[in-house]
Ligand binder design. Structure first.
Ligand SMILES: Nc1ncnc2c1ncn2[C@@H]1O[C@H](COP(=O)(O)OP(=O)(O)OP(=O)(O)O)[C@@H](O)[C@H]1O
Ligand SMILES: O=P(O)(O)OC[C@H]1O[C@H](OP(=O)(O)OP(=O)(O)O)[C@H](O)[C@@H]1O
Length: 214
């Protein structure tokens, strides 16, 4: 039986919608009273496990799930050994560098050498500043990173921006975009090569459906 790893949070609804369009129903995860972390599809072809967004590639890399749905941002941060097969065209956001709107930093190179940058995406932030040849201290945080510059702990943040509302409401502005991100269908490479549980057919169906459903 195929196992699909689904991310809790922002990408869950659209992931479930997409899978429904190819006949796999995991809508039970959307029931507010439901605390089950794995549910079988009614057809008996597959089951889904519900994990934190950052953990989706872990289950796929280790082969406990053959398929998963995860943001490109997470793949950039963790660089897991998985095949990235389809850009699912939802979960649009961008990884940005932001500073206080009132600061004098208008471009990344205006930031002071050895200044601090707070982020949940420490590898993305580190790679970006290495590419600029600007030495900075990356301060790892787990959320609400906008508070870094507000409290004065850091000069800047590297974080996901979607509507821009969170930045605006906290007096921050973007000064650079590291990359754009969308949800991706990822696959365990060996399972794909061996076509386990007819995985290739399902991937093709998802490739077609994502164009019409979203
Ligand atoms: N505001 C947003 N708008 C659109 N997509 C987003 C937004 N925030 C995050 N995403 C995308 O959705 C994915 C999951 O984000 P979500 O906020 O649900 O989890 P998370 O905060 O990264 O993880 P966790 O809560 O487990 O720490 C992200 O990796 C990104 O690809
Ligand atoms: O541009 P916007 O549409 O306002 O969205 C951006 C916000 O969404 C994410 O936060 P999330 O809700 O995941 O909370 P977090 O601070 O715990 O990461 C991200 O970290 C920003 O704070």
């Amino acid at each position: 039986m195929l196992t699909v790893a689904l991310p809790k949070g922002e990408l869950l609804k659209n992931s479930i919608r997409l899978l429904q369009s190819v006949g796999l129903d995991f809508s039970g995860f959307l029931d507010s009273g439901n605390r089950q972390l794995q549910i079988p599809d009614a057809s008996g072809q597959a089951k889904a496990i519900l994990v934190r967004a950052q953990d989706v590639p872990v289950y796929v890399e280790y082969g406990q799930a053959q398929l998963g749905i995860v943001g490109y941002d997470v793949l950039q941060e963790k660089k897991p050994q998985v095949a990235q097969l389809v850009d699912l065209q939802f979960g649009y956001c961008r990884m940005s560098l932001a500073v206080k709107a009132s600061s004098s930093y208008k471009t990344p190179l205006d930031l002071p050498a050895h200044g601090r940058v707070a982020s949940k995406y420490v590898n993305c932030a580190r790679d970006y500043f290495q590419g600029l040849d600007l030495p900075v201290e990356i301060v790892p945080l787990y959320g609400s990173v906008e508070l870094g510059p507000i409290t004065g702990m850091s000069e800047a943040i590297v974080d996901i921006v979607s509507t821009g509302k969170t930045l605006r409401e906290n007096g921050l502005v973007e000064i650079a975009t590291l990359y754009q991100s969308t949800a991706r269908l990822i696959v365990h490479p060996l399972s794909y090569r061996l076509n386990m549980g007819n995985i290739n057919q399902l991937v093709e169906q998802l490739r077609v459906e994502q164009l019409t459903v979203m």
